[in-house]
Design a protein around this ligand. Structure first.
Ligand SMILES: Cc1cc2nc3c(=O)[nH]c(=O)nc-3n(C[C@H](O)[C@H](O)[C@H](O)COP(=O)(O)OP(=O)(O)OC[C@H]3O[C@@H](n4cnc5c(N)ncnc54)[C@H](O)[C@@H]3O)c2cc1C
Length: 554
């Protein structure tokens, strides 16, 4: 490249510790681990899509961070003296989705990423500064819609799938809607693609037409793709709060730990816009941010977090268990923690599948909310998740109606949320009301609802319906090998009925242990569990102590 980028752009101010300057002592420690080199204007330090990249501190001169180098050339930030480059993906091994180009020549110190990871683990002072900056930068990039680009129609299920996968994995991305964005048509044609062949993902140096989630993860370098060892001490299936807590404790206590998740780490909690009752966060925390921090923590202790990796079958061998993944890989573990949680039940209405994915949703994250800006939405359900969704959507939607089957809100919703809803003029509560029909040609236009009091029906304008009507466990993949109740929730510890005790020769299993010695059930998937983030985290943490006991007993 010939022209220096970002001329006229100032360095961004330091927001939430995102862009700190390192002091002399901190830079000296980094120089001892790497090498200091001279730079020239226009020199590319790393390019989007590179297989790996290093950590850089700017000793003098400036470096521009650029999206679409050589094409779009959008300058996202400029780093000057004593600031450092990179973001969260550097630590987790994700390919860069932005490039770093020297604007004003000078010097940089380069540190190999393996040494950087050791430093983040061992040097508390520098580790904290870097981690804090990287977490804040990730949030800024997500907010700014920087990173890879998804182009497609809002009415396409695959567009929704790809955006959901990226959002749940907190990958910064930019959405271009063929239905709304005037440039979109020309943009896809310039890529040699007809609009009918969308969605398309552009970034990391590649253009991919409608990739599967696994192909997209491989393209981005997301989620520990390496082969697992022949045998793990502990395999954790499911990466919600329970599985993530088990991964932190398992790896930090020296167990060779592999955690897998079918979609993204964070589970149901990561679909919550704000968790207000989790200990230690008086102002609340978004579920996805909590999950991001937990993943960093687990990875720091050496847990392998693999995504997307869906367990589809399970078998027990003499002294270990085998978990087959979609795609055919097999993970083997001496012990297994099942943390596959629950997922929301579907609505019982005709033609539901015609609307699912583009107008009927089971989570209310920012990506769904933005798709409904200014439009009428309905939320179905009387629990906390429905209440939170209604509060959140009311900030974006044109109108928000909450439909419940019962006569009042307080039955299964926390008191504070009932209060908030009652005080929110943008949420209208319709009691004793249920949806009986969905109407619309290409997308949802209205929902017919019935009032249980008199059986009268009427059509309500609706661009989207958000459904939160109870949860079912995700245990099919266990192939009936582990005892559960009539709904599929797994029995553990004292709850295991006598007839399922055969595996123990009539001895009681350990607390949280299932009908199979060495297999534990934690969080929402366990029969009788309290369906909360804190209890899931508690059970995941406790189960690791019991894993040690079981391994020692063998
Ligand atoms: C919108 C919403 C808001 C909420 N708000 C709150 C709140 O404010 N406070 C609170 O305490 N609780 C809240 N909850 C409840 C809380 O999120 C759950 O109780 C908690 O997430 C349960 O954690 P878990 O780890 O047991 O399971 P989950 O969170 O359900 O995670 C299970 C994970 O397993 C994965 N998985 C499933 N099957 C497979 C498979 N076959 N192979 C691999 N992976 C698999 C899933 O992809 C998922 O990531 C909320 C829930 C929702 C949906």
């Amino acid at each position: 490249m010939t022209e220096p980028l970002g001329l006229g752009m100032d360095e961004p101010a330091d927001r939430h510790g995102a862009f700190p300057r390192l002091d002399d002592d901190q830079r000296a420690r980094l120089r001892a681990l790497g090498e200091t080199i001279a730079t020239q204007p226009g020199q590319v330090l790393f390019r989007e899509g590179d297989d790996g990249y290093d950590f850089y501190v700017v000793e003098s001169g400036t470096v521009a961070i650029v999206q679409g180098l050589g094409g779009q050339n959008r300058v996202i930030a400029v780093h000057g003296t004593h600031r450092f480059l990179g973001e969260l993906g550097l630590l987790s091994g994700v390919r860069p989705f932005l490039s770093a180009v020297v604007r004003d020549g000078g010097e940089v110190t380069r540190v190999d990423v393996v040494r950087l990871r050791e430093l983040v683990r061992d040097d508390e002072d520098l580790g904290n500064v870097i981690l804090r900056a990287y977490i804040a930068r990730r949030a800024i990039l997500i907010e700014a819609g920087a990173g890879i680009r998804v182009i497609g129609s809002r009415y396409s299920r695959d567009s929704h799938r790809l955006r959901e996968f990226l959002a749940r994995n907190r990958v910064p991305h930019q959405w271009t809607d063929l239905e709304q964005d005037e440039e979109a048509d020309a943009l896809v044609r310039a890529l040699g693609i007809a609009p009918a062949q969308t969605p398309v993902v552009v970034g990391a140096g590649e253009v991919r037409r409608n990739p599967s989630n696994a192909a997209l993860a491989a393209m981005l370098g997301l989620g520990s793709r390496g082969a697992p060892p022949p045998m793990c001490d502990l395999v954790i299936v499911g990466g919600g709060p329970a599985g993530l807590a088990a991964a932190v404790y398992g790896a930090s206590e020296g167990l060779d730990t592999q955690a897998i998740d079918g979609v993204a780490f964070g589970g149901q909690a990561s679909t919550s816009s704000r968790i207000e009752n989790y200990l230690g966060f008086p102002r609340g925390i978004s579920g996805s941010e909590l999950a991001e921090r937990a993943q960093l923590q687990a990875a720091k202790f050496g847990a392998r977090l693999v995504v997307p990796a869906e367990a589809v079958a399970f078998a027990r061998e003499d002294s270990h268990f085998e978990i087959e993944l979609a795609g055919g890989d097999v993970v083997r573990g001496r012990t297994v923690i099942v943390a596959t949680g629950a997922h929301y039940r579907r609505l019982d209405v005709p033609e539901l599948d015609r609307f699912e994915g583009d107008s009927v949703f089971y989570a209310a994250t920012i990506s769904e909310a933005l798709g409904c800006t200014g439009a009428p939405v309905l939320v179905v359900g009387g629990g906390n998740s429905a209440g939170q969704a209604a509060m959140f959507l009311s900030r974006h939607a044109g109108s928000c109606r909450l439909l419940i089957r019962g006569g009042e809100l307080g039955k299964s919703m926390s008191h504070y949320l009932v209060d908030e809803i009652e005080r929110n003029p943008r949420v209208e509560v319709l009691t004793r009301t249920e949806i009986v029909e969905l109407q619309g040609e290409n997308a949802l236009e209205a929902a017919v609802v019935r009032d249980a009091r008199d059986g009268a029906t009427r059509a309500l304008d609706a661009r989207a319906v958000f459904v939160f009507v109870g949860a079912a466990p995700r245990t099919d993949w266990l192939c009936g090998e582990v005892a559960g109740d009539e709904h599929g929730f797994l029995f553990a510890g004292r709850d295991l009925p006598d007839e399922d005790l055969a595996a123990y020769d009539r001895e009681r299993p350990l607390f949280l242990e299932t009908s199979l010695p060495g297999v534990f059930a934690v969080g929402d998937v366990r029969a009788g569990s309290i369906k909360r983030v804190a209890s899931a985290v508690g059970e995941g943490s406790m189960a690791v102590a019991l894993v040690h006991q079981r391994l020692a007993a063998r």
